[in-house]
Design a binder for this molecule. Structure first.
Ligand code: HPA
Ligand code: ZN
Length: 316
């Protein structure tokens, strides 16, 4: 089944480039940039990848991203991810990047963007992988900081297709960024947002009604609100679900409790994604395979999930 799932053509719609930083590359970049690391070796770092919630993961994820300094670093990070896409028949990807994670450390916006954009261009030309980049705002930071980030991005508007919203969800509702998203849409960007991962169904309503998103990232807590479920079914709003992430971050205690196949059978447009593959134990095929192993996902269900991902692309 693994090989069959691997060969299935699919799109990945929820993947943070900074979350694809494998420990081996992290150590290599630290050496290249002469940065001292708090972990003795790759194994020690990997053994720290045990999280009780989103925030525990984010603390390590931002710490890891500190080794990314030069345009070449961002190129290498993105290129390594695209090689994984090639190996797993991901024919199209719409990754996120978090500019504020880097600009707040003094890395110029264009250094980050140029490295990523060049790799995505090479991915299209040399690997045949379609792509569209999503600029994600960090929701634990202020509205004003998000507005400044949007200002920085506008000279490079052709490099992105959409803006998104990630980082610590609880206490940072989508409504906090309504004006930023209004402006982003008026500048021609599409919108997506993380909602209903740890946060309540109300945050999904806000993402839809206030941020006017094309897709909900995660959205698994929609199942707690029947009226919301009816809406996302009626309007066929895609959910970019990340099974391994959800179990690693204890959104579900065990994969056997995950609701993605229940949602699929109810007619929700759910998709399978890896979120932060270097931290959560696998890329997209590993996510599909876990659904087969723990929930008995059939080939027919896998085909529908993969088709949903192709249908839910923002660019084609
Ligand atoms: N949730 C919120 N923010 C994130 C995530 C996530 O799963 N991954 C990287 N940033
Ligand atoms: Zn995410």
């Amino acid at each position: 089944m693994y090989d069959w799932l691997n060969a299935l053509p699919k799109a990945e719609l929820h993947m943070h480039l900074e979350g694809s930083l494998e420990p081996e590359l992290l150590f290599a970049l630290a050496e290249r940039n002469r940065i001292a690391l708090p972990w003795a070796d790759v194994e020690t770092l990997r053994s720290a990848y045990a999280f009780n919630n989103l925030q525990e993961f984010l603390d390590l994820y931002y710490q890891g991203a500190d080794v990314l300094r030069t345009e070449q670093d961002f190129y290498d990070l993105t290129w390594a991810y695209l090689q994984r896409c090639k190996a797993q028949n991901v024919v199209h990807t719409e990754p996120f990047f978090d500019p504020q994670t880097h600009t707040d450390r003094g890395i110029p916006f264009e250094v980050v963007l140029n490295g990523i954009s060049q790799a995505l261009k090479d991915g299209r030309e040399q690997l045949g992988i379609g792509s569209g980049l999503i600029l994600s705002f960090l929701r634990h930071l202020s509205e004003e900081q998000a507005q400044q980030t949007l200002d920085q991005a506008l000279p490079w508007r052709d490099a992105f297709i959409a803006v998104g919203l990630d980082s610590s969800e609880k206490g940072h509702p989508p409504s906090k960024f309504q004006r930023v998203f209004d402006r982003a849409r008026s500048e021609g960007f599409l919108t997506v947002a993380h909602a209903g991962e740890e946060g309540p169904p109300e945050y999904i309503w806000e993402a839809l009604d206030l941020l006017k998103v094309q897709r909900i990232d995660h959205g698994v807590r929609a199942i707690e609100d029947e009226r919301l479920m009816q809406r996302i079914i009626d309007e066929q709003i895609p959910l970019t679900v990340c099974p391994l992430s959800n179990t690693k971050l204890c959104v579900f205690e065990h994969m056997g409790q995950h609701n993605i196949l229940d949602m699929l059978e109810r007619g929700v447009k759910v998709t399978v994604n890896s979120d932060d593959p270097a931290y959560f134990g696998g890329y997209i095929t590993e996510n599909f395979h876990a659904l087969h192993t723990h929930l008995g996902m059939t080939q027919d269900q896998a085909r529908r999930l993969a088709q949903n991902s192709l249908d839910a692309r923002l660019v084609r």
